[in-house]
Design a protein around this ligand. Sequence first.
Ligand SMILES: Cc1ncc(COP(=O)(O)O)c(C=O)c1O
Length: 397
Amino acid sequence: MSVPLLDLAAQHGPLHDELRQAFDSVLTSGKFVIPSPEVEKLETDLAGRCGTRFAFGVSSGTDALLAALMALGIGPGDEVITTPFTFFATAGCVARVGARPVFADVEQGSFNIDPARIAGAVTARSKAIIPVHLFGQMADMGPILEVAQRHHLAVIEDACQAIGAKDHDRPAGGWGQIGCLSFYPTKNLAALGDAGACVTSDEELARKLKAIRLHGQTGEYQHDLIGGNFRLDAVQAACLNVKIRHLDAWTSARRRLAQRYDELLAGLPIQTPPVGAGKFHVYNQYTIRTPGISPGISPGISPGMAPGRGAGSDSGGGDRRDELKRFLAEKKIGCRVYYPLPLHLQPCFAGLGYRPGDFPQAEQAAREVLSLPMFPEMKQAQQDEVVAALREWIARG
Ligand SMILES: Cc1ncc(COP(=O)(O)O)c(C=O)c1O
């Protein structure tokens, strides 16, 4: 049996009639762009979920980050501290506004930026921190906000993979000055294409974000700011309004599947994803570390992390992970490496002057991670197939 990494057709099947109705209503309304009742409805829901006063639908998670940086006035001469182990957009947007991405290494367990390393990256030019809540687990926001306050830095949460995640009961997106969400099809709340949102509780930033998504327009053809075309289409918002009603149930299903993976993989030489104290993980990805990992890896992980089960051995590294990836592909089991090359080593950032070895945790993660099939509609039989394949590969030695 083949098992996809993600199965959106399985999600859309039962929603077909509701989605059709939503599209028809946008079609007949003729209101395709902002301002649109569909977008406003979604924004109200998102603000409620993120615990913020305001939400603004935008064209993608990337544009949410870009709009956030623009609203905070970040530009040439400024530095923004972020993680090297994330999707490119996080740091790409910093460079796009003319600022310099400055990286701080990640924690071994959560793959998220290590708050203890942020202070060492602060300079007189630092303006903001962008923690990323990677794979659906929040970064350690308490210490991150402390460091930000101490150095007068803004915090933009990249919550693109983490809608619904919580840190000590407080939702992703609601901690920093601005939170950024993505509804790209691989996300827990998925549009039928690109879509995103910014959330904030700051009235002044809200005013700016609202303008920036429409070329900085503050009145009819009046532009007090320079923005972009970051509009969210009504048809995407209509789709998201249908789906958001199911998000909590989907999150529960993801969490049940993750727990079952943890149990089924217990005792195998595989590091299952550890969950930090007080963290509510929403498992956008279920990401293991492969066996054959370097000596540093053990189930102990970092302080505050509940250990994932299983431990690595001392041999191998990336080669073993790539072997496993090929083995699963032969078995028609979807899997993916998020992300094989940390951002400080990306060719386009060569000018930043980073070298291999600068961020050992991120580099090790890039060699060892593998994301397994994870979607709310996954059947137990499909999950059993994934686990059986992993067991078979391990048994081969
Ligand atoms: C961590 C992270 N940041 C930013 C983005 C950018 O979002 P989008 O693809 O909607 O532009 C993504 C998603 O792809 C992401 O995973």
